[in-house]
Design a protein around this ligand. Structure first.
Ligand SMILES: *Cc1c(COP(=O)(O)O)cnc(C)c1O
Length: 377
């Protein structure tokens, strides 16, 4: 029995909606399906405004333009993340100030952020790793105190929540001024490549639409708000075609179903491995009481790189594909000379010791059981 790390799930309706988009002849962006998806996200998760993008990378680049990142600005983010989180801000001339991860989970160490803030700091970019929320009250308080923007990298965090000290439960991506999501084929809901920018601080709403449409006020023109459209700002082609959004719509119709199954698989791993992990000094995901899981990822953190290597090899012998994750960005060939030299022990720890197990919608109960059995026996 061969078990891949990931297998993109198709609900069966994708080609139906694609065919519909094709047959109506409206193929470029911001048509019926784009609007249906955006409306869904706004209503379901309480985002001020949602704009589909061609990737989460693009949504992050839009965020960097929107908050006016300039040469010399500093942006604080975890080093344990995907390159796009930082690249988007580096492209606008920012210096990235990398923070360490927490001891109990790979997310940013919220308590380390304040010491990294300087007069040049413009934004904090928390990454909700594995769809588990960062402590957003702490981060928003710092942002208010120092007048900073918060851009949530919610690439992995669709349909996950954070409960604040006030007891109010909010969707991830609805808390920061801006948030970026991914619909890449490795995420919970997919459109091949794809993403979304969520805008919660509505001062950005109008300009976001302009940046999205190549720096023009074309969206306002199509709504009849202006009688001609032209070049009014910088921008790029950040919006996806209707071919992508029609595909995404089929996924959104099935979101509840997809999420229920992924969470079930996550729980099977969790309860199947809990005791064994404890006995072997292996860390399993810790979910703080303010956070939820969204079944995006199930990971283990080994006690050493050697243990991880053996574990991956053992699974591979049995045709099971488990993979590690990010390499510390502060040590990357591109950034190592720009990094201020701070030692980030927990980032290195997750970089060296974290391993992700197969988790995808069509993974069968028996398959999870056999992964668990190979690990614990
Ligand atoms: C997947 C991912 C991205 C990039 O998403 P794309 O849609 O591929 O651009 C960015 N950040 C994080 C944390 C991710 O997991």
């Amino acid at each position: 029995m061969k078990i891949p790390f990931n297998k993109p799930y198709l609900t069966g309706k994708e080609t139906h909606y694609l065919y519909d988009a094709v047959s109506t002849g409206k193929l470029s962006g911001n048509g019926k399906y784009t609007q249906k998806c955006q409306k869904f996200f706004e209503e379901e998760y309480g985002f001020g405004k949602s704009l589909l993008t061609t990737s989460c990378t693009d949504a992050l680049e839009m965020a960097a333009i929107l908050i006016n990142i300039k040469e010399g600005d500093e942006v604080i983010m975890p080093s344990y993340t995907f390159v796009s989180t930082s690249n988007a801000f580096v492209l606008r001339g920012a210096m990235i100030v990398f923070a360490d991860s927490r001891k109990d989970r790979p997310g940013i160490d919220e308590d380390s952020i304040e010491a990294l803030i300087t007069k040049r700091t413009k934004a904090i970019v928390p990454v909700h790793y594995a769809g588990v929320a960062c402590d957003m009250d702490k981060i928003m308080e710092l942002a208010n105190k120092y007048n900073l923007y918060v851009v949530e990298d919610a690439a992995q965090a669709i349909d996950s929540y954070y409960t604040g000290r006030d007891g109010v439960k909010k969707a991830l991506g609805s808390i920061g001024h801006l948030a970026a999501f991914s619909f890449h084929e490795t995420k919970n809901i997919i459109s091949g490549e794809g993403g979304m920018l969520a805008i919660n601080d509505m001062q950005f709403a109008k300009r976001a639409e302009i940046i999205w449409e190549k720096g023009t006020n074309r969206s306002a023109f199509f709504r009849g708000e202006v009688d001609k459209y032209g070049w009014v700002d910088i921008g790029s082609s950040f919006l996806p075609s209707e071919l992508i959004s029609s595909f995404l719509w089929a996924q959104l119709e099935n979101l509840e179903n997809i999420q229920a199954r992924r969470k079930q698989l996550w729980a099977q791993y969790y309860y199947g491995l809990k005791e064994w992990a404890l006995k072997n000094d292996i860390m399993i995901p810790f979910v703080p009481s303010f956070a939820t899981i969204n079944g995006h990822m199930f990971y283990l953190v080994c006690k050493s790189p050697k243990q991880r290597k053996e574990l991956i090899a053992k699974l591979k012998e049995n045709d099971i594909h488990a993979v590690f994750h990010y390499l510390s960005l502060h040590k990357s060939p591109f950034y190592i000379d720009r990094h201020d030299g701070r030692y980030l022990p927990f980032v290195d720890y997750y970089s060296d010791c974290l391993v992700r197990l197969p988790l995808f919608y069509e993974l069968k109960d028996e398959e999870v059981i056999s992964v668990v059995d190979y690990l614990i026996n």
